[in-house]
Design a protein around this ligand. Sequence first.
Ligand SMILES: CC(C)(COP(=O)(O)OP(=O)(O)OC[C@H]1O[C@@H](n2cnc3c(N)ncnc32)[C@H](O)[C@@H]1OP(=O)(O)O)[C@@H](O)C(=O)NCCC(=O)NCCS
Length: 244
Amino acid sequence: MSILPSPIRPELALPASLGGFAVRLLSPDDLEAIVALRREALACLTHPDAYVVEDDETGFLLQHCGAGGVTVGLFEGQILVAYAAVGFPAMDHPDNLGSHLGFAPERLGTVAHIASCMVRPAYRGHGLQGTLLKARFALALAYGRRHCLAMVSLHNHPSRHNMLKQAMRIRWAGELRCGSHLLRRQVLHLDLRGRSDGAGPVEHWLGSDDLDAQRALLSAGWIGVADRYASCGSAELGFATCSP
Ligand SMILES: CC(C)(COP(=O)(O)OP(=O)(O)OC[C@H]1O[C@@H](n2cnc3c(N)ncnc32)[C@H](O)[C@@H]1OP(=O)(O)O)[C@@H](O)C(=O)NCCC(=O)NCCS
């Protein structure tokens, strides 16, 4: 049984269908279907670091179907076509991504983690991650969490692209501890109630895996706002200044 509090703004919860698929929140009863979808998606990752499986995969998935978050599922008939999870970390949870952005304690309590999202390979190329990002933004607001934060692999270009397309900005890059793994990740942020970030035009393009150069720009106050295809299926990231 879920111990997540009811949404404080239930009118912002999910519509009956999204992108032509039936939609509903997943429950622990859907675990087998989620794991099967993940197995299919993980078998064809474009880079082994694009998604590193959690130490306790079952615990992670159940956490996002109850106590610590919610998971949206898209269905074609009985087939789970895609899922996307959003987590509501406690203010003082050591994994709260807001700590990397220097959030004050009260702001840490308004963080939503834009967590795992996977689309069955046969259904890709139709913007479903983007659709599910918007659904998770609505859910975050419904639960009173305005600061959406996501971490992405330096090698996961489709995922990062889809987040940038939904106005998320790269705010931090570095090494993150995830259970037993030390991962090189970027953190993207969107304040759902914020003013425009006032980003200027792109002035620097950096390789998506050039972590040191990204860290230098980010710590000098630049933000990552755009991407473009680079050689060998890689990507370059565009950095701009922003108003404080
Ligand atoms: C990531 C994932 C969910 C995206 O699925 P999807 O919603 O079908 O994605 P789409 O194919 O519609 O969109 C991919 C976008 O990335 C862009 N893209 C792909 N490679 C790129 C690159 N090297 N540089 C820049 N953009 C790139 C595509 O052009 C497309 O953008 P467009 O629609 O603006 O043209 C899916 O690939 C997946 O399940 N992957 C495995 C699990 C995973 O990595 N999940 C994300 C981390 S939790």
